[in-house]
Every structure is written in C-alpha cells, then in structure tokens.
Design a binder for this molecule. Structure first.
Ligand SMILES: [Zn+2]
Length: 614
C-alpha cells in the first residue's frame, strides 16, 4: 500500500469539495460578490488548506489500520475502503450537494422538497455515490490511473494549497482598532431587550395617532416610555436595517444593503453586541435566518446564540477554532456555508431533520415555519435560562408584507390574504405585534426583570419598505428614569449609542449615530439622516432572495434617501433622478427649505465620502 498516495488523495479530496462549492458561490451573488479577485482566490485557497489538512489528520488512523490489514493479506478493496474512508464520505457528500445544486438551479426542485418515497430514492443515491467515490479512490491504489494524471492532480492541489499563505498576507486588512470602552464602574448593568416588528409605520399605530386602535397595549403604557416623534430607518430592507441597528454604522459604510451583502473586515467585529459581550452580557438573537440573522450576515464575536442555535457550535469545532482569528473570517464564512449545506442535506435524507426553504420563510406566511408566537416562546425560554445581564435582539415577522396572515382578524377577512399589501390585514398584524409586546412586557414583569431591563420597541422600515415613513421608537428605561417625547429627527443608528449612554458608556468613534438621551439631541432639527434602498432585479437564486448581479460602482445599492426636517429626498442611482416628499406626520419644520439641487449636492457628497466612485 502506497501511504503517500493515500495522504495525497486526502488533500485532493478535501480540495475538490471546497473547489466545487467555491465555484457554486463565486458564480452567483454571494458574500463574495463584494470581494476582489484576490480575496476570492484567497478564500478558496485557505479554505481548501484547512479542509484538506483536517481530512489528512482524520485519515491517519484509517491509513494505519489499512496498512495493518495489508500486512495481514486483506483484499485490495478492503484496504482501499479503510484507508480512504474519510475521503470517500466527503466526496460522496460533495457529489450529493453538486447534484442538488444542479436540480435546484435547473428545476427549482431539490433535497429540501423531498419527502416520503423520494427520501428513500435519495438514500439510494447517497449509497451509490459512496460506492462511486470508493471505486474512484480505490483506482489510485490499484494503479488504474497513469502516474502522470496523478502527478498533475497533486501538483495542481499543491499549488492551490501553497498559495493560501501569500494570498492571506496579500488580502489581510486588519481587524480594526477597537478602543476599550470604560464601564460605569461597579453599578450592576441592566438587561437590554430590543423588540422590533418588521415594516411597521408609525402612521398605522394608534400610539402615533392612527384612528384605528391598533396598539392598545402600547397606548396604555405610553407614560412609561421615551417616545421618538420622528424616527427613521437607515435601510429599506431588513438585513441592512438590522445591521445598522446592531453596528451603529450606515449601510453606505458597511455596504450591507441587501443580500448577498454581509459584513466584511473590521465591520464584522465592531458592533453593539461585541461591546456588550466584553461587559459580560449574554447575547441572543431571535429573528429570521439569512435575511436578519446576525451570524448569516457575518456579525462575529457578538451573539452566543441566534435563531435556535448556539453559535459556538455552528460549523463544528473546526470553524469555531478558526473563527477566532479575524484574518480567517472570510475563510470561516465559506467553511461555515459549505459544511452547513452538506450537513443539512445529510440530515434531511438520513436523520429526518427537515431542511427549510429560506425563501418561503419570509414570503409565504402559510409556509413560515416559525411564527411570532414561536419567537415569543423563545423570548420566554431565553429570559428564564440565560445569565444576566442579557441582551436580546428580537425581530418579529408577522407584519412583514406583502401578504398578511394575522392571528386575529378585526379589520380584515381571510379573503384579504390574497391581496398584496392589504391595509386591513396589515393593521391586524400590527395588533398582533402589540399583543406580542404585551406578552413580553408581562414576562419581564412576572420574572421581576422589568425594572432591571431596558426595553426598546422599534421597526426596521415602513410599510412597503418605505424609508420616508416615520417609524415607532420607544425606550423604557429601568424605573422610568426618563420619559416623554424625543423631539428632532432620530434614526435606527441612534439606538446603539443610546443604549451605551444608558449604561454610562461613551459610544466608540465608529458608531455614526447619537444618543437620544443627550439633552442637546432635540436641539438639531436640521440634522441630516441618510438611508439606503436596494436595487431592483432581485431574484431567488436557489438559496434565498438577493440582488441578481451586484456590480460596481453601486453593488446592491439602488437608491439613496436623505431626510432633513420634514423634507425627504430620494435619489435613484441608475438615472440620478431626484424627488422630494414632505414627511407625513412630521412635526419638524425648518425655516429654510432645501431645493432639489441642494439636496442632490449633499447626497453626492455623502456617496463620495463613503468611497463610491462613479
Ligand atoms: Zn423588514
């Protein structure tokens, strides 16, 4: 038995799996869309190195066993099967995922749709792929391939793996200096719970004067909260808005506007949960995978758990180990994605662990596997088991359009479900949100946590993804230290600096918002607020919704919004057309109005400052 060949093939098999998956991701909108060609290559090369070395290490005991079997005159097939066992399993799984990519792309049908007899069919296919991989690898020891073929395969693999170190060195950008924040010293820190509803416009809440009583619970508690009069989103889509909330950075800074965008470089490590973690907080997220999940959006070293999984277990121990090193972050991202893709499919076929369809998750209320009552139950579980202080970020989806299926119909009927953006159904969904806020409030009270918790009520964008709509934003401080109205224009970016201020901590320079608790906050009616809107041309690419071809100079950015006083502007980047509206319900009026040209100048200057060049 040629031990060198066994070792060599372990490297080849590991590299092959990574290469196929990398090709899948690199040829469609993915987290790599914003990477340079060198960065893309670096991800391939370093991920292949990590996977193939790991496979080699796992192979060693198998190779030793095979070597012993060989000495005791076992058959050649048995020897190969034992020696290559880890590589065979990996290759069989890799081929299974490839077949699934193929059928999903071509027919929109894949393993995730399989049930009943189809499961057994896939089991048969898995076994056949295992046999095929075993046969292919057995050929290496049986001398079926010419030495030249094997040699070129090894040389190609060797070059690709050897490239990882120089490529990592070339593409490393540094983790970014994170200045240590000073704690408020000794004082016990309050818990923090941010409860957002998707796409809730303030104009549809009775709390903000809507004629229908859609928020009876919040109405009854309004005296306990600080309430922002004129609050705005920084992004028209969920992911961009969630990241601006958690990072305190504009989407034009992080470039997280719409899938496939995810955080990159130092942005992955600079955020509110990261700071809170350093202060001893236990951080958990309850939102929705892919679109709002902090981990899927590559927010690292912040949350301990998100969307029903413990993050230190995500991707297994290998990913957990390399995740600690910021310079390997893109590598851990690919490794995470591909190991999840393989294990999901394996679980669906062999372990009755059903794969989910991320597109149905947000767009088809009848197919949403997770309803807001599931999220409320998860809040209940978390606050009763996790250590304090805790930080919970919860994003409810019941108010997410374009169809609404509220749990109780007051203004709408079941038939309204068919109508897109049905206002009656939307109002009923907001009543559901209000009930969920009530349930959460009562949970905190019953656990004796209400006066040791900062409760924030928020929304990610307005009805129909509008960003020129006022949004709800309410903060309940422990012992109601501060209540009343927050005048002036505030934005989602302000929430993180506000929470830090409430803990007696000055927010770091990289946060672009301001604390609304500062007395001077309300004295700036002409404060500029920027927000992003994504490009059209979104498509379902077999994984989830994303911008179909994020290209420079704008990538997924399609529109820029600018708000000043009660004026709202929208700039379409494709045509550079600008339009203006008066913000409905705004009580901020400035003496001097901006003309369209003046607004365009300000927006151009913003884009230049954020390094967009066109
Ligand atoms: Zn949303």
């Amino acid at each position: 038995m040629n031990i060198l060949r066994v070792a060599g093939m372990a490297l080849v098999a590991g590299t092959a799996w990574v290469l196929f998956e990398w090709l899948f991701f690199v040829t469609k909108p993915s987290f790599m869309s914003l990477y340079s060609s060198w960065e893309k290559l670096s991800v391939l090369s370093s991920t292949a190195l990590i996977v193939s070395i790991s496979l080699l290490l796992v192979t060693i005991p198998f190779a030793l066993a095979a070597w012993l079997l060989n000495r005791f005159k076992a058959s050649g097939t048995t020897v190969s099967l034992v020696a290559f066992f880890p590589a065979i399993v990996l290759l069989a799984l890799a081929m299974l995922v490839m077949i699934d990519n193929f059928t999903l792309t071509l027919f929109g049908w894949g393993i995730r749709n399989a049930s009943g007899g189809a499961i057994y069919l896939y089991r048969g296919v898995t076994i056949e792929l295992f046999v095929l991989a075993a046969w292919m690898l057995h050929g290496v020891l049986a001398g079926r391939y010419s030495p030249t073929t094997l040699k070129s395969l090894m040389v190609f693999t060797g070059l690709l793996l050897a490239g990882s170190i120089p490529l990592l060195w070339l593409t490393y950008t540094g983790p970014g200096e994170d200045k240590l924040v000073s704690s408020a010293g000794g004082k016990s820190l309050p818990n923090i719970l941010i409860l957002s509803g998707d796409g809730i416009s303030a104009s549809h809440m009775s709390l903000y004067g809507y004629e229908r009583p859609t928020t009876p619970f919040l109405d009854s508690r309004r005296g306990e909260f600080l309430i922002a009069d004129n609050h705005f989103s920084n992004a028209s889509d969920t992911g961009g808005s969630v990241i601006s909330l958690l990072s305190g950075k504009l989407p034009t800074t992080t470039r997280v506007v719409y899938p496939p965008d995810v955080l990159r470089g130092s942005d992955s490590f600079q955020h509110l949960p990261g700071i809170l973690k350093k202060l001893g907080y236990y951080n958990a997220d309850v939102s929705v995978r892919h679109y709002a999940d902090p981990y899927d959006l590559n927010l690292r070293d912040g949350f301990a758990e998100a969307n029903f999984r413990k993050l230190n277990e995500t991707g297994g121990t290998l990913v957990a180990a390399i995740r600690k090193y910021p310079f390997l972050n893109p590598t851990s991202l690919l490794l995470d994605r591909i190991s999840e893709r393989a294990s999901e499919r394996f679980g669906h076929i062999w372990k009755d662990k059903k794969m989910r369809d991320p597109m149905a998750a947000v767009n088809r209320p009848d197919r949403r596997w997770l309803y807001d009552d599931g999220r409320v139950a998860e809040i209940r579980r978390l606050i009763s088991v996790v250590s304090q202080p805790f930080f919970l970020h919860v994003h409810m989806m019941g108010t997410h359009g374009e169809r609404f299926r509220p749990t109780r119909r007051v203004y709408s009927t079941d038939a309204d479900y068919k109508t897109l953006w049905n206002v009656d159904g939307y109002d009923d969904a907001i009543m559901d949100f209000d009930r969920n806020v009530e349930a959460t409030y009562k949970m905190l009270r019953d656990e004796g946590l209400l006066e040791s918790t900062i409760l924030v009520i928020s929304s990610d964008h307005g009805f129909k993804h509008s960003v020129l709509d006022r949004l709800p934003m309410m903060i309940r401080l422990p012992l109601q230290e501060q209540t009343g109205a927050i005048a002036g224009n505030s934005q989602r970016l302000d929430i993180a600096p506000t929470l830090l201020a409430a803990l007696g901590i000055r927010h770091p320079e990289w946060m672009e918002g301001q604390s609304v608790l500062a007395p001077e906050f309300s004295q700036q009616p002409d404060r500029p607020i920027f927000a992003t809107g994504s490009r059209g041309g979104k498509s379902a690419d077999g994984i989830f919704w994303s911008v179909s071809s994020p290209q420079p100079p704008w990538y997924s950015l399609g529109r820029l919004f600018f708000i000043r006083c009660d004026q709202g502007f929208m700039l379409r980047l494709e045509t550079m057309e600008i339009s203006a509206v008066k913000i409905a319900g705004s009580n901020l009026v400035c003496e001097k109005k901006l003309s369209l040209d003046e607004a365009r100048e300000i927006m151009f200057a913003h884009l230049k400052e954020k390094d967009y060049s066109w």
